[in-house]
Design a protein around this ligand. Structure first.
Ligand SMILES: Nc1nc2c(ncn2[C@@H]2O[C@H](COP(=O)(O)OP(=O)(O)O[C@H]3O[C@H](CO)[C@@H](O)[C@H](O)[C@@H]3O)[C@@H](O)[C@H]2O)c(=O)[nH]1
Length: 358
């Protein structure tokens, strides 16, 4: 069995505006201060467990992906004419892989997530691939630490016979309400879905065909005749893989989960980025956490996150848990607690004559 990692690299990451833009989304940025972008870190992390890696991205980002991953063969980048959500993106890679390597198992791994426990991640991917080789759709389950409404939840069921450390998924619930999520945490049997699906390409496409035969058929038609991509792409439904496949397959008892503590984070907003950077810091600084050139920030009695991205000097006095992101053409000032609301600003800008800033 060979293992292929598929990296869907899409979305603008609007909650990280103005650092992340549709022209330069968060996966193309170094948000951890490690000197590698999130996409490059994802690629580095997957290399030791993969026989091949594919990136599926918007055609507007194809050049940047090529530049950031010079070792990736050009044919391993699948360029989408437009964003049609994760089912189309991951399904396209599955359709190409099905023809290229029918015995392969593939795994999808977002281009913009952070994983701190890399050895555990490698062990977990290998276990998940062994389960997927037996025909299961496998999702990696993360122990929830709070009642997030931004993630999908997996209800862990019985142990899976023949696969130590794997469980049946009783239910898959995409982004529940805060009340429902809090109830899940109390039961102790729910885990976060990290969007990491490990499966045989044919199994994924056959599961899709159960709910939407035309969708699976068109993906397979594109793989058989790539010249038809432009013609067929715009006819594909815009739907997340979670809704198109994971939820119905879980209800039919066809999904398994491998739980793991990966130190996983999807860096949803500047609040979670601040937490992540603080946890990674070797010394706990008195002042704010700085992502970028430290000498540009002068802070008195202030805490939070400062991103000096324009090269300007930033001075703070007496501000607690603040977020300041200074870019060439836009400055964001908010608090860690309110940082999620940035997407509302982006929506307002999109509806204005300042659309070019988003
Ligand atoms: N190439 C490409 N990738 C896409 C597209 N749309 C989404 N993706 C990729 O598919 C992944 C998930 O898409 P999101 O739209 O960001 O999903 P989400 O709302 O965050 O929810 C998903 O991820 C959560 C974990 O971060 C999960 O908890 C949740 O259940 C779900 O799987 C991301 O890696 C994103 O880049 C697209 O049109 N094109």
């Amino acid at each position: 069995m060979t293992f292929w990692a598929v990296i869907p690299a899409g979305g603008a990451g609007t909650r990280l505006w103005p650092l992340s833009r549709s022209s330069e989304p968060k996966f193309l940025r170094d948000l951890t201060g490690h000197g590698r972008t999130l996409l490059q870190e994802t690629y580095d992390r997957l290399q030791p467990v993969s026989d091949g890696i594919m990136v599926v991205t918007g055609s507007v980002h194809e050049r940047a992906v090529c530049d950031q991953l010079p070792e990736l063969p050009h044919e391993a980048i699948l360029a989408e004419p437009s964003g049609r959500d994760s089912m189309a993106a991951i399904g396209l890679a599955a359709a190409f892989l099905e023809r290229r390597d029918p015995d392969a198992v593939m795994g999808s791994f977002a281009a913009d997530h952070v994983i701190r426990h890399v050895d555990t991640f490698h062990r977990t991917v290998r276990s998940a691939a062994a389960v997927a080789a037996d025909g299961w759709l496998v999702t990696i389950g993360i122990s929830p630490t709070f009642a997030s409404t931004a993630f999908g939840y997996i209800a862990e069921g019985e142990r899976l016979a023949g696969h130590e450390g794997a469980y049946l998924v009783d239910e898959f619930v995409e982004k529940p309400s805060a009340e429902v999520a809090a109830g899940y945490l109390e039961t102790g049997r729910y885990r976060w879905n990290a969007g990491m699906f490990v499966v045989r390409p044919t199994v994924l496409l056959d599961l899709l065909a159960e709910s939407d035969p035309g969708f699976a058929e068109r993906l397979r038609a594109i793989a058989a005749e790539p010249a038809r991509l432009e013609e067929l792409w715009e006819t594909l439904p815009k739907i997340a893989l979670d809704h198109a496949v994971a939820e119905p397959a879980a209800a039919a008892g066809k999904v398994a989960t491998v739980p793991a503590d990966l130190g996983w984070d999807d860096i949803g907003d500047f609040g979670s980025l601040a937490t992540l950077l603080q946890a990674a810091a070797t010394a706990s600084p008195e002042g704010p956490t700085i992502l970028g050139e430290e000498s540009l920030v002068h802070a008195l009695d202030s805490t939070g996150l400062v991103v000096p991205h324009s090269g300007r000097t930033i001075a703070l006095i007496g501000l607690e848990d603040i977020v300041v992101v200074d870019t060439e053409d836009a400055v964001l000032v908010t608090t860690r607690a309110q940082a999620q609301q940035v997407k509302k600003i982006v929506a307002a800008l999109k509806d204005s004559d300042r659309d070019h800033l988003t």
